[in-house]
Write a protein that binds this ligand. Sequence first.
Ligand SMILES: Cc1ncc(COP(=O)(O)O)c(C=O)c1O
Length: 432
Amino acid sequence: MKENAYFDNASTTWPKPEAVYVFIDQFQRSHGVNPSRGGYAMAVEAEAMVIQTRQLLASFFGFTGSANRVVFTANVTDSLNMAIAGLVGPGEHLVTTRLEHNAVLRTARHLSRDQNLAFTQVPVDPYGLVSADAINAAVQDNTRAIVINHASNVTGRVQSLQAIAEVAKAHNIPLVVDSAQTAGVLPIEMSELGISVLTFTGHKGLFGPMGIGGMIVAEGVEPRVTKYGGNGLLSESEFQPDAWPHRHEVGTVALPAIAGLHAAQRWFNTLGESLAAPYGLTHPEQARVLSVALDEDALDAPLNTEHHRIRTRDAIKHIHRTELDHLSRIRTALKQYPHVSILADDSGGEYRANSQVSTLSFVSHQVPTERIAAALDADFHVCLRAGLHCAPLVHEDAGTLASGGAVRLAPGYFTDEQDMQQLLDGLDDVLA
Ligand SMILES: Cc1ncc(COP(=O)(O)O)c(C=O)c1O
């Protein structure tokens, strides 16, 4: 039996591709100095890596504006705080949904209590979907942003961004997307869709480390600055410099984490390339150890961002397909038990690629949630998260709030047959 059969990829992906670990270590040793502070070669090269990472991410998310508008933050929670407080002020209104993570729910609540901001939480249907019509109906004259979670971290259900983006466009209101559960798993064409602020976190599907996230802000969208401090630029100025991304980036950036995100972006590209090769890659274990060309000397060379966009999309589709195969097996196993309910289960009865990411939550009407989780952990070494998953309103709507939430299972790209066997045996043991 494996010591850790890991099914908590909705919390954070683990393990990461080997190249991510290696490059963080390597770059920290060779260039671990403060970028954009010093004029010496090592600091300039460190800054070049940071700039390239912005370019890689812009291309990865189909953003056609300047890569300077890729702002690094600590995580998606940080990005959502900055986007919401930057776009919606006292006396103004925010449209959001009951699907959201506490990253949005608590931010809206605090701003409402402390700064007189109003908000509407649009309801969700029994299949975990929000209708664009309901969003439209919630818009008011003073609405300054629509904030939507692309995929729920409880149910894995994916929202149609296209229809919601059309509503936002029709009202000329910025659309802010929380891509925590979809970045790296579904292709997101930010500019084509008309997303105003795409917020992301580095440590989930993007395969980076913890401590790095970001927001990409479309041209013409100007959130107010919500944090202040030094960034190595115009030290004589009493206020934040206007230049992007520095107006929103304060203090020293998380260089080791950006290096990890950089390596992960290169890894997606290499994976896409190997999938297309005649005798290309056939197994995630090969993908995990793919050698990624991370030439330090090339860090300030021009990038072929169009290649990056195409290859990474191939990699994303392959990752998503692989993950959904695991999820389908889990779903089939759970469906054997009449006393088990899967939250907001797909109405079509199967996982369609654009409607589901690799996460589901379930409850049993016979075995308490915490007992299922404890038995899977103790007897089968299954790592999972049971409870409310920082999304209490999703559980309130599912009727699982008072009973301690649900058991969440999130297989990942690196889930292997042994992991699956341990989980399926465990489910059999606990639920039969
Ligand atoms: C939908 C969603 N939003 C926000 C977050 C918060 O992510 P982070 O802790 O990286 O800021 C998560 C992570 O659990 C999430 O799933």
